[in-house]
Design a protein around this ligand. Structure first.
Ligand SMILES: [Zn+2]
Length: 399
């Protein structure tokens, strides 16, 4: 079964070399006034000018609208119970954000049944898909007991292959006076219970959470259990998180709000992606990360939602793109690249985040003629159709 999408106003492929430069990175846009794309057996089979498109079993007229790769959200915390709307309101009324709020979600999550957790997770996963996110990462981290972390990663594995074990989110209340004992648990029995369901290991390396030595221990233990590292780094203050991430060969250092020159250099000269989460700064009223400094240094930048009930309860990548453009001075092309190809880099995936030949046919059609509308019309629903592996899963008709 093949499908031809024709009369595409702007086709964003992110495919290396499409801009003729042979270089990979922001700006690799194929933007023609009448482009076309062929999906065959769930993959992108052909892209080019509509006039030269090959025949297919079915034709879909895009009517001049834009087609982009599906968004890749490389940072989300979707396994939880409860909500923290009152904490957000208090914060907007002047209270500061601190890592401690996580503990209230831990209590609610421990008390929830499996089916309550699963229903909330599936609702959020559907919400993400409806906003064009065709690949997302999902972390544990609100259970913080062996049993509650194990069920969190097992539930996450039902909705995505990109599952992250985040037992090292915070030290739970009951270990308050003895964080070392909690790190041992995270690196021992909890890891053993979670590793079979997870691909990634993550640690919140921050004052009030885990220090550099504890973070190194957690990542090393995870790696020896076959997991790949990623790190919550430099969110609330300068700190060692980025250096720990780069040393460990992490796929991504996430947040990157407070960076030294050495941190920027380390990111620019490594394969560790700098993942920026501007929804968090919006929702906590913190300063935004300096995206231009990272891009100027040559670091690979991703944008993700960090969807979670405390510091940022949005599942909207278009909203994060609008923030990145307006508040972080990324170009519209850079922001869209960061939320697609950048996210794929942060998950070490080469089959998604672009529409090169052979890529998974994960794509979105906007109800607008160009990618710029994602920032130009902030807050307006503009995702008309979403295809996952060639199947229309939101809007549209069969492909
Ligand atoms: Zn996070």
């Amino acid at each position: 079964m093949s499908a031809l999408i024709t009369n595409i106003g702007e086709l964003v492929t992110n495919a290396p070399g499409d801009d003729g430069s042979g270089q990979d990175g922001p700006g690799d846009y194929l933007a023609a006034s009448s482009a076309a794309l062929v999906i065959s057996d769930g993959l992108v089979a052909w892209t080019g000018p509509a006039a030269r498109a090959p025949a297919a079993d079915e034709a879909i007229d895009a009517g001049g609208r834009a087609v982009l790769p599906g968004f890749v959200d490389s940072h989300a915390h979707l396994v939880f119970a409860g909500e923290r709307g009152a904490e957000f309101a208090a914060r907007m009324a002047g209270l500061p954000y601190s890592a401690g709020g996580i503990r209230s979600t831990v209590e609610a999550t421990r008390s929830a049944t499996d089916s309550e957790l699963s229903a909330n997770l599936r609702r959020l996963a559907a919400e993400m898909l409806s906003q064009g996110i065709t690949t997302f990462e999902c972390k544990s981290g609100y259970g913080l007991t062996v049993a509650d972390e194990a069920r969190s990663v097992a539930l996450a594995a039902q909705v995505t292959p990109e599952v992250t074990y985040l037992g090292a989110h915070v030290v739970p209340q009951e270990f308050g006076p003895d964080p070392a004992a909690y790190v041992e648990l995270v690196c021992g029995p909890m890891l053993d219970a979670c590793a079979p369901h997870a691909k990634w290991v993550d640690v919140f390396c921050e004052r009030g959470a885990f220090d550099a030595d504890q973070a190194r221990a957690v990542l090393a233990a995870g790696q020896s259990a076959g997991l790949q590292p990623r790190v919550h780094a430099n969110q609330l203050a300068p700190g060692p998180g980025v250096q720990v991430a780069v040393e460990a060969g992490a796929a991504s250092a996430d947040h990157c709000t407070y960076l030294s020159d050495a941190d920027v250099d380390a990111l620019a000269s490594s394969a560790t992606v700098a993942t920026l989460l501007p929804g968090v700064e919006f929702s906590t009223r913190q300063p935004y990360p300096d995206a231009r400094r990272l891009l100027a240094a040559g670091a690979t930048v991703a944008i993700a939602t960090d969807c979670n009930p405390g510091s940022c309860f949005t599942s909207s990548i278009p909203f994060c793109i609008a923030l990145a453009v307006r508040e972080m001075r990324m170009t519209t092309q850079e922001a869209v690249w960061a939320a697609t190809a950048g996210g794929a880099r942060a998950l070490r995936r080469d089959d998604v985040g672009h529409l090169g030949i052979g890529a998974r046919a994960d794509l979105i059609m906007l109800s607008a003629p160009s990618h710029a509308y994602l920032a130009y019309r902030p807050g307006v629903p503009q995702i008309a159709t979403v295809w996952q592996a060639g199947q229309p899963v939101v809007g549209g008709r069969s492909a």
